[in-house]
Write a protein that binds this ligand. Structure first.
Ligand code: FPP
Length: 232
C-alpha cells in the first residue's frame, strides 16, 4: 500500500520508434523525430506537474553518428531549435536544462546552444531536465575512470566513482521507460540503472502522451523495490 502514490524522483526515457512511426505513415524518418520532439515537451510538463525531480531523455547516442547524414543533421537542428526556442519557457517553469555525454566532441554551433541553455537555466530548481547527447553508458564509465586516474587516486569506492560521472549529483533513475517494444538498455546509463525499474511499452515514441506516461507511473507504483534485500 505504501507505494500506491509514490512518485519516482528520477525517470529516464529511451525514446524509440520515431522512424517506424514515420514509415507507417509513408513519411520520411525526420517527420518522426519532429513529432517526437513535440512529445518531449509534453512529457516535461507532465513530469514537472506530478512532482518528478529529474527527467532524463536519450536524444542521441555515440552510435547514432552512423545514421544517414540528413537524419543526423535533422536531429541536431531539432535539438538546437528546441534549446533556442524553449529556454525562456523552461525558465518560466523553473526547469533546469542539463546535458550529459561527450559534449566536447559536438560541432561548435551545438556546443554553443548547449552551454547557453545550461547557463540560462542554472538557477532553476523545480525539476532537472537532462538530455543525453552524444552519450553512451560505456563512454561515461571510461570517462569517469580516466578522471579518477587523473585525480591521482589509487583506490576508489563506489561513492568516489559517482563523483566522476557526468552529473555527480544526479540520483539513480527509479524508473526507466523504453518505447516501441524494444526491450534492451542499448548502452544507456549502465552504472546508474543497477536497481532501476524497467517499463517497456509497444507504443512508439511519437504516440507517447500523458496517458501513456501515467500508465508507466501506475505500473511503477505497483512494483515492490527490494534493492537486493529480503522484505520484512
Ligand atoms: C529513436 O527513434 C529516436 C532518436 C534516435 C532520436 C530522438 C530525438 C528526438 C526526439 C529529437 C528531439 C529531442 C529533444 C530533447 C527535443 P528511431 O529513429 O531509432 O526509431 P526506429 O527504431 O523506429 O527507427
Amino acid at each position: 500500500m505504501e507505494n500506491l502514490y509514490k512518485i519516482p524522483e528520477h525517470v529516464a526515457i529511451i525514446m524509440d520508434g520515431n522512424g517506424r512511426w514515420a514509415r507507417r505513415r509513408g513519411l520520411p524518418r525526420v517527420f518522426g523525430h519532429r513529432e517526437g520532439a513535440k512529445r518531449v515537451e509534453e512529457v516535461i510538463d507532465f513530469a514537472r506537474d506530478v512532482g518528478i525531480k529529474w527527467l532524463t531523455v536519450f536524444a542521441f547516442s555515440t552510435e547514432n553518428w552512423g545514421r544517414p547524414k540528413e537524419e543526423v543533421e535533422a536531429i541536431m537542428s531539432l535539438l538546437v531549435e528546441y534549446i533556442n526556442k524553449k529556454v525562456p519557457e523552461l525558465i518560466k517553469r523553473d526547469i533546469r536544462l542539463r546535458f550529459m555525454g561527450r559534449i566536447d566532441e559536438l560541432p561548435e554551433m551545438i556546443k554553443k546552444s548547449v552551454e547557453e541553455g545550461e547557463e540560462a537555466t542554472k538557477e532553476c530548481g523545480s525539476m532537472n531536465f537532462v538530455v543525453a547527447l552524444n552519450y553512451s553508458g560505456k563512454a561515461e564509465i571510461i570517462d569517469a575512470v580516466n578522471k579518477a586516474i587523473k585525480s591521482g587516486k589509487q583506490n576508489i569506492t563506489e561513492e568516489d566513482f559517482k563523483q566522476f560521472l557526468y552529473i555527480p549529483e544526479m540520483p539513480e533513475p527509479d524508473l526507466l521507460i523504453r518505447t516501441s517494444g524494444e526491450e534492451r538498455i542499448s548502452n544507456f546509463m549502465l552504472w546508474q540503472t543497477a536497481y532501476t525499474e524497467f517499463y517497456f511499452t509497444e507504443t512508439l515514441w511519437p504516440d507517447f502522451n500523458r496517458e501513456e506516461f501515467l500508465k508507466a507511473l501506475y505500473e511503477y507504483q505497483s512494483r515492490e523495490r527490494r534493492f537486493g534485500k529480503v522484505l520484512t
